[in-house]
Design a protein. Structure first.
Length: 315
């Protein structure tokens, strides 16, 4: 394979795949029996530098896959992302239950989640949103910013250095495309289209219609994704254990090993709720996501898709 060159997938369409090669952007020719759905934006592949024939995909470090209601195979949202920027606004778009779904997705994929709170300049008290976001997961980084500000690149620099890849997810209208344009700066050949939001519910129009890879001015890479308003959690046991660490740690103290934390006697989780140490709404959301995940989970999996047989191996 010494004669092949590394390429990175930049866009995946229904009938074609484009990539960034050592000499610039190219359209790849897929081998026989290969489909565009086999590849994700951010994938590293080997291809012939002369014919642009794709030879094979290299092993993924991380992969972001989501399942929507009614879809059969998971949709590949991006590959080889070191950090997942979960973008939400300081307005009606802010939804803890939806943010928890994104966090479970990031945890399961093995990426580092970071919540970006946009439109902070339009909120009466952005600190309230920040405190709610920080409480969603232990050690979670939360950054409050104005997407159009010149300070964005500096605020996000710890995750956007040379060789680093970040992916952006969130609802339409929260400022993802604006962030991409700000981060890419002059390095971007074509700016991402941006749009407004509706006043009554803070929901935006889908200005980004496909996933794409862009170079960041500081030497890193950013994967932009279309807006998501629904996200199903599936096969995310590890991601949920990390997200709800306070429940995960209390579970072994319950009287019964298969305690559902709903009605069993001797439940340590219910004791924590009664003592005010655990938010009952948090427990309700945990129960819903665990049930949703178990309906499509055949076995527990860890980050980067590594299979594990027992719960004890997660810790």
């Amino acid at each position: 394979e010494a004669g092949l060159a590394p390429h990175r997938i930049a866009t995946v369409h229904r009938a074609r795949v484009t990539a960034i090669s050592p000499t610039g952007p190219v359209e790849l020719i897929l081998p026989v029996h290969s489909q565009t759905g086999d590849f994700a934006v951010g994938d590293w592949v080997l291809a012939d530098p002369q014919t642009h024939l794709l030879h094979r995909r290299l092993l993924r470090k991380t992969v972001l896959a989501r399942r929507t209601e009614g879809s059969k195979p998971p949709q590949l949202a991006g590959a080889n992302a070191d950090t997942l920027f979960i973008v939400t606004s300081c307005n009606a778009d802010f939804n803890p239950a939806r943010l928890e779904r994104y966090l479970a997705l990031a945890n399961e994929a093995g990426t580092t989640p970071v919540i970006l709170l946009t439109k902070a300049d339009t909120a009466a008290d952005a600190r309230t949103y920040e405190q709610q976001a920080i409480a969603l997961q232990r050690g979670l980084a939360v950054v409050t910013l104005n997407s159009r500000s010149r300070d964005v690149a500096t605020a996000l620099a710890p995750w956007c250095g040379a060789g680093q890849t970040v992916a952006l997810v969130g609802s339409s209208g929260v400022g993802k495309s604006t962030l991409v344009n700000t981060l890419a700066g002059a390095a971007q050949e074509r700016a991402q289209q941006t749009g407004g939001i509706r006043d009554h519910d803070a929901k935006g129009r889908h200005t980004t219609t496909s996933r794409s890879l862009h170079a960041i001015a500081g030497g890193g890479w950013v994967i932009d994704t279309p807006g998501m308003r629904t996200l199903r959690v599936s096969d995310a046991a590890f991601g949920l254990e990390t997200l709800f660490a306070e429940i995960t740690e209390l579970a072994p103290l319950c009287r019964f090993s298969d305690c559902t934390h709903a009605h069993e006697p001797g439940c340590a989780v219910q004791r924590a709720v009664a003592a005010g140490a655990l938010d009952p709404e948090r427990l309700t959301r945990w129960r819903k996501l665990v049930e949703e995940s178990s309906n499509t989970t055949s076995g527990r999996s860890g980050p980067r898709g590594s299979a594990t047989a027992g719960r004890s191996k997660k810790r």
